[in-house]
Structure formats: C-alpha cells, structure tokens
Design a protein around this ligand. Sequence first.
Ligand code: BTN
Length: 323
Amino acid sequence: MATKLSPTLIKTLDILNDCTIHSGEEMAQKLNISRAAIWKIIKHLKEYNISIASSHHGYQLEAPLMLYDKKKIEELLHYPNIQLEVFESISSTNDYLKSKDVTSRLDFCLAEYQTKGRGRLGRTWISPFGKNIMLSFSCVFNKDISELSGLSLVIGILVAQALNNFDSKFNAMLKWPNDLLLNNVKVGGILVDLLAEANGSCKAVVGLGLNVNMRDEKLEGVERTWTSLDQFTHQTLDRNLIVAQIINSLAEGLEGFTKSGLKPYMQIWDTFDMLKDRTIALESAGLRVEGVGKGITKEGHLLVLAFGDMKSFSSGEATLLRY
Ligand code: BTN
C-alpha cells in the first residue's frame, strides 16, 4: 500500500529533531491533536526502526531525521512540466510509475521507504526510512526500444555530474553499467525498466537508489560493501537539495539524449569510467571473462580486451581485479 508523506509526521519530527525530551502533552498541544494521536505517531515511527526513547517524561529522538519537503524541492527546480509525488512508504517507486500513465514531460516520485525495492539483476534494494534517496521518474521517448540502450549510461553521467556539482569532494565515478561509486565503493545504483508502447514509442521508468545519510547501519539482507555521501562530508545532508540538483541535471541532460542519443555522451563517459584501462572480471550470462576495460561502444556495451581479443557485452556485473 502506498502512503503519502503526512504533514503531521513531518511536524512531529520537527519538534523531536532537537533530540531533547518532549512530553506527549506538549506535542499534542503544539500540533493540536490528542495525546493518543501522538502516541500512535511515535509507534508508527518506531515501526520504521527509528530510535525514539519513551519514558514517563516523554519522547526523545536519538538522532535528527529530516524528511523530504516537496515544496522546498519544487522551489529549486529550473525546468517546467515536471511532476513530483512524495511517498512515506511504497512498494517500489519504479513499480508505481510503471503502472501509471505519464502525465508530464518527466513524472518523478520519491519515497522515504520501500517495502519491495528492486535492484539490478533481480536483486532487492534495501534502504532505511528517511535517510537515503529513492527516486524514480518516467517519461516517453518517441524512439524504438532498441535506440534506448545507452539511456542508463547517460542517466549515470547526469547523476554523477549532479553529485560532483553539489560537492566536488564526492568525485563520483561510474562502474558500467549503472553503479555510482565514491572512492571505488558503491554509493548508489540505477535501475531502468523499458516498456514498448503500442504506437512505437517507449516508456522508460528509471529508478535511483542513493545512500545519503547512512552511517553505520547494519542492513539485514545487504552483503556488499557500501558507502554514503555523508561519509565524505562528515555532516548530515539535506536530501531536498540533492534531489533538486539531480532532477535539474536529468531534466537538462535528457533533452540531449532525446535529440542525439548516447553519441554526445561517449567522451564524457570516459571521464567517469572507473573500469577504463583497468584489469577487470566480467560475469555475463553465466560466463566469467577477465581482461582490461576499454570503454563502451556506441550502443553502450562494455568493451573488454581479453587475451588480444576485443569483446563487447550488453549486460553483466563487472569487478575490479586490482585497485
Ligand atoms: C542497483 O541494483 O544498483 C539499482 C538499484 C536501484 C534502486 C532504486 S530505489 C528507487 C527505485 N525503486 C526501486 O524499486 N528500485 C529503484
């Protein structure tokens, strides 16, 4: 079930965010609701594993938690005809947009929590409530599905550029096809779902999962190493500013992709490509190939030089063999 982010939840956290003790009575008065309603909200927040101490003095949040602010994001957008929906909880932002008609140039949707977040290659995407970015957008391209093979690489470039413009300390790089990396460690990933329409056009639903304010969470079900943006800034980041920067970058850059495809981005890809001229292993369709990463083809396939043979791959999972 999808739940929109409620103003009362945001206001409750606004009160608790100073991390001092607040009595139920004081909060009920400030929000003009009953103490029982406050108790229900606290219980609801605890169900998301948010640390709130309850005593007979009141409630105390362990660490501040700033939720998305739709209005603030919208005020920072530079492009018209963009729609944004913000959910407290949803199964998956990609699945939501897949089942919904596109109503503007770019329809965006954000979630504080996903119950069935999906990653690439059939994996799940797990992220705690209110800390990271889970963002999807849908748009229609008047192109055949075969012309969209480079789309996910362009999205990666646009997100990496947005992050580096936000803070040059990030120096975000890309691991083909869709991983965002900081200092060689995964900070985010992109999932592209393409749906061919009956009239020959194609609907793309693109999802971004980006770790932002996640310090030392133990995430059940997550085995790989990860990092987050705040590990590089050493301070909690306002996700609204980052979301706005990313949406602006996508809105601008996708114009270029619509007109000219991957071509104008191929050289830019090289500057973000952390596999270029490195010794890598690629697992694709049950096969493992070791070689040297040699960039991408005009279709966005990965080139690997293995024992003097140049091979290209349209999908797979790459790892660096030497750092
Ligand atoms: C990857 O495997 O690296 C891609 C992860 C993509 C996760 C995002 S979170 C928002 C959107 N909704 C989903 O269910 N998945 C994507």
